[in-house]
Design a protein around this ligand. Structure first.
Ligand code: FAD
Length: 562
């Protein structure tokens, strides 16, 4: 009650200030459509609102390094109510301004930017909230066809459904550290943990566990959300369910996630991590699809894979697995492999003291069902936390060489199973031309682990593949590593999909035209638009996605000159 009163008072104060500013001639100027850079924010609106150039410059950068549109101001919130107040003022102002929640800014195309608007630094409140609990009378968030999953989750957790309440701007690495103190950990992950909870839940959050547990958006029980009207609402499958489903995978369009209740499981202690090689694509995908069809106890816990079109890549940045002291020589494994495309299946089996005696046997029996190249089994064993945090080790190495803060023209696609062989022939063995500039991930997922009610879109088949081109553009004189070359190649891949009738979906989508967004959402577009009209009717949130606004990003010099 007290809290609500204070929100009302603060909100009223802000409005009063706004009215006063109008009377004093400081009124927000009516912006022309598309004129996102007009000055319309009274600078005393919130004490934590900064117009400092160093802050706005920082808020105009992201991991992609391709675009950089500065906001007018940056909110460094000290409470959730400051966030709600800011959005409410934006909503109630005649000339509303746009607002983007920024997580760890690990987007590629300026998705967390707000050209001329306000960026909210969600990480400012990291650690403000952490609570582990057990759900009473709750059902799992899996789609109904997988109610059987609840039984297996309960069995593995000794009958309890554990959760963690965390701040929306929390990094997953910190969620992991905190939950491990309770012997628990989230069930579904991303490969890299220096991403925020709100940032990945706005997309989907996928990794090698998704075939079994679903993406991270299938492993959330409840959210607190600030809508585009500035209301702070709690939502779940049972309460404000339309908002809950809209926000999950909603690209930040419907609300700002300030709290997420994440599903946990008992944390394993160690991981057996195995890689095996294939030279035949059909055998590789057949084995991957077999492995993701297993759901009982006898299964791997993580199934991924990657494509090797260039021998250098097997020892690349994501492969902390193959140590530099022990580089893998492909020719020694596959005679005459030079120049051929190889595929690496990557799987893990979790274990702890109670299961240590049987892990070898379980792994062997699973490997026996596969048809990889004889003698190409590489195994390592490490603590669970080290496995989950594996990409960070590679990040540190790249940072030390100055190779982390380079442009990243990444392309992530969901390819339907029925077309993955066409994709292999046309792209891995065709367009790539035996040269790449970063890892190429490929792994299948089961669509029934994705809740159709969320805003995320996937191809219309039971099984689809993530294919991720995680490239780094380098200015080293090699044409095939230049940004322009890689961006052209991305365009060629997209064109190839269109021409070959591959009904793929972009993951972490980037489209520049309304018609492309309409096509991206397909039958879900009408619902997506309706949800926008309901929860963010003035189109305030996440303008950097450029779905409902024409705000143009500014191409960074490094991106335009290459
Ligand atoms: P930001 O880039 O800051 O924001 C992304 C979008 O979400 C923006 O539109 C922003 O406005 C919105 N947003 C941010 N916070 C909130 C919030 N609290 N509420 C509502 N909207 C919000 N993805 C995977 O699924 N699996 C992976 O394995 C994976 N690995 C990656 C590895 C690296 C090195 C990188 C750079 C990215 C990876 N990603 C992966 C992609 C990543 O999940 C997305 O880019 C994600 O958006 C990044 O999170 P962020 O916290 O940096 O979000």
């Amino acid at each position: 009650m007290e809290e609500r009163k204070s929100v009302l008072i603060t909100g009223a104060k802000l409005l009063l200030l706004l009215v006063m500013s109008c009377l004093m001639g400081l009124t927000p100027q009516a912006t022309k459509p598309g004129d996102e850079r007009a000055t319309f924010l009274p600078n005393y609106m919130a004490s934590n609102l900064s117009f400092d150039a160093s802050r706005t410059r920082l808020a105009s950068r992201d991991f992609g390094g391709l675009t950089g549109a500065p906001p007018h101001g940056v909110l460094v919130p000290s409470s959730v109510h400051e966030i709600a107040n800011l959005v409410r003022v934006a909503y109630e102002a005649d000339a509303h301004f746009r607002v983007a929640a920024k997580g760890h800014a690990h987007s590629i195309q300026g998705q967390a930017q707000a050209p001329g608007g306000v960026v909210i630094e969600m990480e400012a409140l990291k650690g403000c909230l952490f609570n582990v609990g057990v759900l009473e009378n709750e059902s799992c968030s899996f789609s109904s066809s997988y109610s059987v999953e609840r039984e297996s989750v309960e069995r593995e957790s000794g009958g309890s459904l554990y959760y963690a309440d965390v701040w929306g701007g929390e990094l997953w690495i910190d969620v992991l550290h905190e939950t491990l103190k309770h012997g628990l950990a989230p069930r579904s992950w991303t490969d890299y943990l220096y991403l925020t909870v709100g940032g990945t839940l706005s997309n989907a959050g996928i990794s090698g566990q998704a075939f079994n547990h679903g993406p991270q958006i299938s492993n959330v029980y409840e959210l607190d959300v600030v809508t585009g009207k500035g209301e702070l609402l709690t939502c779940s499958k049972h309460q404000n369910s339309e908002l809950f489903h809209s926000v999950l995978g909603g690209l930040g369009q419907f609300g700002i996630i300030t709290r997420a209740r994440i599903a946990l499981e008992p944390a394993p202690q160690r991981v057996r991590w195995i890689r095996v090689l294939y030279s035949d694509f059909n055998t590789f995908t057949r084995d991957q699809e077999h492995l993701i069809s297993l759901h009982g106890r006898t299964k791997f816990d993580y199934v991924e894979g990657f494509v090797i079109v260039d021998e250098g890549l097997i020892n690349n940045w994501r492969s902390s697995f193959f140590s530099p002291r022990n580089p893998i020589k492909l020719q020694s494994i596959v005679s005459g492999s030079k120049g051929t495309v190889l595929y690496c299946l990557e799987v893990t089996k979790n274990y702890d003291e109670a299961t240590a005696d049987t892990v070898d046997q379980e792994v062997d029996s699973l490997l026996k069902t596969l048809s990889f190249i004889q003698g190409s089994v590489f195994t390592t064993d490490l603590p669970y936390i080290d496995f989950l945090d594996r990409v960070h080790k590679a990040e540190l190495k790249l940072r030390a060489k100055g190779l982390w803060d380079v442009p990243h023209p990444w392309l992530n696609l969901f390819i339907p199973k029925s077309k993955i062989a066409d994709f292999d022939a046309g792209v891995f063995k065709g367009i790539l031309g035996k040269k790449t500039s970063g890892p190429i991930l490929i792994y299948p997922m089961n669509k029934n682990r994705w809740d159709e009610k969320t805003s995320a879109v996937t191809p219309d088949e039971d099984v689809f593949y993530l294919v991720a081109f995680l490239r780094s553009a380098l200015d080293n004189g090699e044409e095939t590593q230049s940004l322009r070359y890689l961006q052209d190649q991305n365009e060629r891949i997209l064109r190839f999909c269109e021409e070959a009738n591959i009904e793929m979906k972009q993951y972490l989508p980037h489209h520049t035209k309304r018609a492309q967004w309409v096509q991206h959402y397909g039958p879900k577009w009408a619902e997506f638009e309706e949800r926008k009209a309901t929860f963010d009717p003035k189109n305030i949130l996440a303008p950097g996605q450029r779905i409902f606004s024409a705000a143009q990003p500014i191409i960074l010099p490094s991106a335009s000159s290459s």
